[in-house]
Design a protein around this ligand. Structure first.
Ligand SMILES: C[S@@+](CC[C@H](N)C(=O)[O-])C[C@H]1O[C@@H](n2cnc3c(N)ncnc32)[C@H](O)[C@@H]1O
Length: 282
């Protein structure tokens, strides 16, 4: 008897078809509009989305790090070019460039999602579509989680769960000039906020050019400056204000001394000094 695959368990069917139907709402149109011919499905499992892309008329290559998954994918979908490759290994970029890269259900199974995002950028000539678990916070966070074992899970013992802000940040850092949030998401509970549970998953598009679609809203890169706010224990902000005031007072008292010292130093050296003290975390 053939080995049962976790991808085929009954609970998965609704989740798989919700995402496929969602892709069907816009991708055939974008294919024509943006001249997308070739596609790469990364973390393809046993080939469900690779086959969906092929059915939409793409010339499809698909990769997964697990040989068993790839063997089964080849058996199920002989017209797709399946390969074994690890997205955390930068050698994956040797596969070439593809008009569309699909990364569904993958980024939160990785130890190094940013390194993987850089590879996805190298592989995507025009467009990257990401579907992922996301933490509910907006700040660009990665949470190290312990992974269960299974053929649809991480290769390694730990993986990083990203917030939506982290997905957006990583796409910008990897070099995509345009990043977009989807304004609508697949019709499945995992993509909705439900009673007692925040939204678990999201989708994002990153592109080499402007994407004009009513389904997308442009994302702005979240910027986190390492200021002492990260360590603040007083939510009212009063102690921060007091710290600033006392710093200001200390500065005013020592100003004549600093000015006479600065006159004896080179302008460049005193510039570095003031920049350093402004950024110091106290
Ligand atoms: C949750 S499944 C997602 C399958 C399919 N893309 C989907 O969304 O239904 C994650 C897949 O990523 C593969 N995978 C995990 N780590 C990988 C890595 N470092 N490189 C490539 N594939 C990986 C797993 O073997 C598994 O098939």
């Amino acid at each position: 008897m053939a080995k049962p695959f976790i991808f085929d368990r009954p609970g998965q069917a609704a989740f798989m078809s919700a995402r496929r139907e969602f892709l069907g709402r816009f991708l055939p149109r974008w294919k024509e509009e943006f001249g997308l011919r070739t596609a790469l499905d990364v973390g393809c499992g046993v080939g469900y989305f690779a086959a969906s892309l092929r059915d939409m008329g793409f010339e499809v290559t698909a990769v997964d790090a697990r040989e068993d998954n790839i063997a089964e994918a080849r058996r199920r979908h002989p017209r797709v070019d399946f390969r074994v490759a690890d997205v955390e290994d930068s050698q994956i970029a040797n596969l070439g460039r593809f008009d569309l890269v699909l990364s569904f259900g993958l980024l939160y199974h990785l130890e190094n999602p940013l390194r993987a995002m850089r590879s996805l950028h190298a592989l995507a000539a025009k467009l990257l579509l990401v579907e992922s678990i996301c933490l509910p916070q907006e700040t660009p966070l990665l949470l190290i989680c312990d992974e269960p074992t299974g053929e649809d899970q991480s290769l390694r013992a730990a993986s990083c769960y990203p917030s939506e802000g982290a997905l957006i940040k990583m796409a910008f850092l990897a070099g995509f000039p345009r990043v977009y949030r989807f304004l609508e998401l697949p019709e499945h509970d995992n993509f909705q906020r439900v009673v007692g549970l925040d939204r678990i998953r999201t989708m994002m598009a990153a592109a080499a050019f402007d994407l004009d679609s009513p389904l997308l809203g442009p994302a702005v890169e979240p910027v986190v400056a390492a200021s002492d706010d990260l360590w603040a224990t007083d939510p009212t902000g009063v102690t921060k204000l007091l710290r600033r005031l006392s710093r200001g007072l200390r500065y005013t008292k020592s100003k004549p001394k600093l000015e006479s010292k600065a006159r004896s130093e080179t302008p460049a050296a005193s510039g570095i000094e003031s920049e350093t003290s402004r950024n110091r975390v106290k």
